[in-house]
Design a protein around this ligand. Structure first.
Ligand code: NDP
Length: 297
């Protein structure tokens, strides 16, 4: 068997084209253009790259955006005061604080200070909580992007055994919640694995759908995967590569070449899940502008 490729770039393009039309219809109906406020603390180059990709995506779909830069010495009080002013600004629809933050700042604390109605990353406990009780919410962007891929390729989820490797607040946990819940077209029987899971293979080998988000290159090998499984590799890892100009290449958490001989569907890295994450951020920002999730003032 050779797995069919899940082409995230193609689905992203289609999604972004639709979003661009939605944004234009929204503006042509007399509404203000949606606005995304990005906050960057410090000058971490990886964060700057991610923000660059988000800004580019905003420009593509017609969402306004700007980035407020704060020094990495900013105090929690100063950062939260800035966020409070963005919460109160009616012209701002979505607020995104680029993670990770410097170690003296608690990301939980900072995320909780964002108005949940503007939390387009879907990280605020209110939005995560609503996800767990099937209420309309801003879903975390990476899992939401994976569900768009399932829908596009008509990959069934209901009644399957889904195994998620990785339990972070931004990928693994919300992914497991969405897989197991009804509103996100889930209802899979779901297992979630983390560093303390004993004998990972006993779980992964029984997965009809295997989602891997551990940040560990080559963690999942062909012998850990069931014949015909759907394999979603979320991991993005830089590994040294002398043949590349940059001196590194990006790989996922799965042995792609080995696993593609066994799986039915597989995402490449790069070009699989990654492109969808930013598209879902655009979707959440438009939802925030339309006040589609929260109606109260
Ligand atoms: P975190 O480091 O926050 O979380 C990793 C999770 O994997 C933790 O729950 C950890 O367990 C678990 N884990 C680590 N090693 C193992 C192991 N050997 N066996 C089982 N579980 C393990 O990372 P993120 O969730 O933020 O990101 C995961 C990966 O996905 C990274 O490579 C990241 O770059 C990538 N990513 C990709 C995105 C995309 O758009 N494609 C978006 C976001 C992330 P424990 O909880 O016990 O520590």
């Amino acid at each position: 068997m050779s797995a069919k490729l899940i082409d995230g770039k193609k689905v992203e393009q289609i999604t972004m084209d639709l979003l661009k039309k939605d944004v234009e219809n929204w503006v042509e109906s007399g509404n203000r253009r949606p606005f995304l406020k990005v906050v960057q603390v410090g000058t971490d180059p990886a964060s700057s790259t991610y923000i660059g990709a988000k800004t580019k995506a905003c420009n593509k779909v017609g969402i306004q955006t700007d980035t407020t830069h704060l020094p990495d010495t900013v105090s929690a009080k100063e950062l939260k005061a800035a966020i409070r002013s963005f919460n109160e600004d009616d012209k701002i629809d979505g607020i995104l604080v680029q993670l990770p933050l410097p170690s003296h700042l608690s990301s939980h604390d900072v995320i909780e200070s964002i108005d949940h109605r503007k939390d387009v990353d879907g990280f605020h406990p209110m939005n995560v909580g609503r996800l767990t009780v099937d209420q309309p919410t801003f879903p975390s962007c990476t899992p939401a992007g994976i569900f768009e891929l399932f829908r596009y390729y008509s990959i069934p989820v209901k009644s399957k055994h889904a195994v998620v490797v990785g339990a972070s607040n931004i990928v693994g946990s919300p992914m497991a919640i969405m897989l197991s819940r009804e509103n996100s077209s889930g209802k899979a029987t779901t297992t979630i694995c983390h560093k303390f899971t004993r004998d990972l293979t006993t779980h992964t080998i029984s997965a009809d759908i295997l989602v891997v988000a551990a940040g560990q290159p080559n963690l999942i090998k062909p012998e850990m995967v069931k014949e015909g499984a759907v394999v979603i590799d979320v991991g993005i890892n830089r590994i040294a590569d002398e043949t590349s100009e940059k001196g590194y290449k990006l790989v996922g958490d799965c042995d792609f070449e080995g696993i593609r001989k066994k799986a039915s569907w597989i995402t490449p890295v790069p070009g699989g899940v990654g492109p969808m994450t930013v598209a879902m951020l655009m979707k959440n920002t438009l939802l925030a502008a339309k006040k589609s999730i929260y109606f109260e003032n």
